[in-house]
Design a protein. Structure first.
Length: 322
């Protein structure tokens, strides 16, 4: 019996929850707080509440179109892209017209009902910073200030553009962001532990063992050393794959004080280059599309075991580790 589309979505979210950097009690507290908020609402407001908050702690991952239908439809062949715009929705419809089976479209990056609230997942970074030795209060302050800044910037987006196209074409659409990033965070942390790199070049060599990074290199987008030299010693390494978006420039000084010498991340804002150099921290770019692809692939591998095929598009490269 085939897995339903909505059950596949839930499986992806729940897989990411088991890899959350925060204690399980903290993740459960987020869900408990949501339940309290819902129950305290006056009746006229309850219909406006995002019911996914009651089981899904990631505001950046939502089922935006066709949820009820997706609870009945089988997930046999899904299309997943890192970014889904109206063009990819039209592509899915065109493939259907040509006779290909596509049961739903999945985005990695937030869209639809996950777009404006997505910065809420940035609070995951507090656990990352604390694991590196940043004091709890300082970690919270750094993340909260940056989260509020990003939330303010989200308010002007045309968040439902692709979702509206999917709705008009009657194609289920959802996205999985933080859970997939949690998957690649765990993967990369374990990779660093296993390979024990001593220099920045060792980190690059380690990354280049992965098929996603090798494919990116073929497209002239390999992992690179952004700040530092290949022969520089790594020292204490922080892996930064999750948290929704980049942290603030002020964070580098706090990380340096905690002893961090090298950060491996998908990408960095250009304004971070000088801040990192001033703090004496090396920066390695693991690659955005290829690193996101690892996290997505790890969820696709779970689906593959359930008989679900995933068609990659829009920056996602499919490699199975089963």
């Amino acid at each position: 019996m085939s897995m339903k589309i909505y059950d596949a979505y839930r499986l992806g979210i729940e897989a990411g929850m088991t890899r959350d950097l925060r204690p399980k009690s903290e993740v459960q507290r987020i869900l408990s707080d949501a339940k309290e908020r819902y129950e305290s609402l006056p009746e006229g407001q309850k219909e406006l509440f995002d019911m996914e908050d009651l089981w899904n702690p990631y505001a950046d991952s939502r089922f935006s179109v066709g949820m009820e239908k997706a609870k009945e439809l089988d997930a046999v062949r899904l299309m997943w892209g890192i970014d889904i715009s109206s063009a990819e929705v039209l592509l899915a419809d065109r493939l259907r017209e040509k006779g290909e089976r596509l049961d739903a479209i999945i985005a990695h990056h937030p869209l639809g009902s996950s777009k404006t609230r997505f910065p809420e997942v940035m609070m995951q970074m507090t656990a990352m910073f604390q694991n590196m030795g940043v004091p709890e209060e300082k970690a919270y302050e750094l993340v909260k200030n940056r989260m509020d800044e990003v939330l303010r910037g989200m308010q002007g987006y045309n968040y439902n553009q692709a979702a509206d196209v999917a709705r008009m074409l009657d194609i289920p659409l959802f996205n999985i962001h933080a859970p997939a990033d949690n998957m690649v965070e765990e993967f990369m942390v374990n990779k660093i532990k296993e390979d024990q790199p001593e220099t920045l070049q060792d980190i690059i060599d380690s990354l280049m063992k992965e098929p996603e990074q090798r494919m990116a290199a073929k497209c002239n987008s390999p992992p690179i050393i952004l700040a530092g030299n290949p022969s520089d010693e790594c020292g204490k390494i922080m892996v930064k794959m999750n948290g929704g978006t980049s942290f603030s420039k002020e964070t580098y000084a706090a990380l340096a004080e905690a002893g961090v010498k090298t950060i491996v991340a998908m990408h960095y804002p250009d304004s971070h280059f000088d801040a990192a150099k001033e703090a004496g921290i090396n920066l390695v770019i693991s690659g955005h599309m290829c690193s996101d692809s690892i996290g997505v692939n790890l969820i696709c591998d779970l689906w593959e075991k359930e008989g679900i095929e995933v068609i990659p598009c829009s920056g996602f490269t499919r490699f199975s580790r089963n």
